[in-house]
Design a protein around this ligand. Structure first.
Ligand code: ZN
Length: 387
């Protein structure tokens, strides 16, 4: 994999920058910790109360009178391309539930309950309630009480059942709610863990940048059908209608289609559906095994494309590998749509077979060679073509 040149001995300019960013991050962490302090009061008066309660400041406008120091602190949200790394790094640690918003804080799973159940959130009379205001312990278990603006329809009642299922394992404790610093195994903030985490995050970002232009040059150079390549291209730009993309654009209204079809409880984003989902991982690993490749799955689809390209011994094999990359993306998407719209199962083994058949067809039609030319072991097309 591509690696940036590192300065030998001592810290390079880039390292110093990352140390500074880690030190700035410490202020964000300290603002979230409980306890009053004069410096906090001064900042709250200047910039607003959200700085004591919110991790995500990405939507907040920075006042024109803000100092350079404050601007730098605000810009931490946008440090890593394509995601807010702070939101992923600072998560709520649930204690007695008395300072965590039930609907809008992220405290179970990786999204807020309002994002997972937008319809119920819109109907709730308790939008501002803390967790402990909604539940009570009866000596045996925690009972949740919800209040709605109007009587619920049957399908909305079903959402409540799903919500209650999600809450079934919640257990409030004696101690206060707090924050957990994800990059540290103990959950406690340190500049060192921040530095190491940022080095990782920023390095993969840079490789992505370097690689992107080249990948977009190569992506059309494939015998896959053009509608398939166009889809892959949109996927790499994160412009396909996954559930999270629809939600961001406000198109998704029903609550039900939030979860990924390949696993339980994850939001369907592009990177999840095509790479991080356990089902997608199984598909990729099966495909690699089929191709005789030993590959550790990289953190992005860009890098996966690049790793496959680099694994090929010659031009013909490279074309074959990339054809299979496209076929894998395409088959995952088809299976996902089949699962959502036609109630079909989303089974990794079936998807792998589909990929084999599809790439075999494309290869014969467009490369005029049977795919076994570039596979590393003997292939028996009868396996697939008879299905
Ligand atoms: Zn999944």
């Amino acid at each position: 994999m591509v690696c940036k040149e590192k300065s030998k001995g001592g810290l390079g300019v880039r390292d110093v920058r990352i140390v500074n960013l880690s030190l700035l991050t410490k202020w964000r962490w300290r603002l979230l910790l409980p306890g009053r302090a004069l410096w906090k009061d001064v900042l709250v008066a200047k910039y607003g109360r959200h700085i004591l309660t919110n991790v995500d400041w990405s939507g907040v406008r920075i006042p024109t009178m803000a100092s350079k120091w404050w601007r730098d602190i605000c810009s931490l949200d946008k440090l890593v391309e394509s995601k807010n790394w702070l939101v992923e790094s600072m998560v709520r640690r649930l204690g007695n539930g008395n300072s965590t918003y039930f609907w809008t804080s992220i405290w179970t799973g990786d999204v807020s309950i309002s994002a997972r159940f937008p319809r119920l959130f819109s109907l709730s009379n308790q939008k501002e309630s803390m967790i402990n205001e909604l539940c009570e312990y009866d000596g045996e278990r925690w009972n949740w009480t919800f209040s709605w603006r109007r009587a619920l329809f049957l399908w909305e009642e079903e959402l409540v059942v799903r919500l209650r299922d999600l809450l079934a394992t919640v257990n409030l404790l004696m101690e206060d709610d707090g924050w957990k610093w994800v990059p540290d195994p103990e959950g406690v903030f340190s500049v060192k863990s921040t530095y190491l985490h940022l080095v990782d995050e920023l390095r993969s970002g840079e490789v992505l940048e370097d690689g992107k232009a080249m990948i977009f040059d190569h992506i059309w150079d494939s015998p896959a059908p053009s509608k398939v390549i166009a889809f892959s291209w949109q996927l790499l730009h994160d412009r396909i209608p996954t559930r999270s993309n629809l939600a961001v654009r406000g198109i998704l209204v029903a609550d039900v289609p939030w979860e990924c079809v390949g696993c339980v409880g994850s939001v369907e984003s592009s990177i999840h559906l095509f790479l991080h989902c356990p089902s997608a991982l199984k598909v990729w690993y099966d495909i690699f095994r089929w191709l005789g490749l030993v590959i550790v799955i990289p953190p992005s689809l860009f890098l996966l494309f690049e790793v496959l390209r680099a694994s090929a011994r010659n031009v013909k094999i490279r074309k074959g590998f990339l054809l299979i990359w496209h076929a894998t993306i395409w088959s995952l998407w088809k299976a996902r749509n089949g699962s959502i719209f036609a109630n079909e199962s989303f089974a990794p083994n079936d998807i792998v077979e589909e990929i084999k058949v599809t790439s075999w067809k494309w290869s014969l039609a467009r490369l005029k060679v049977p795919p076994c030319m570039y596979y590393e072991w003997t292939w028996d097309p009868g396996d697939c073509l008879l299905r």
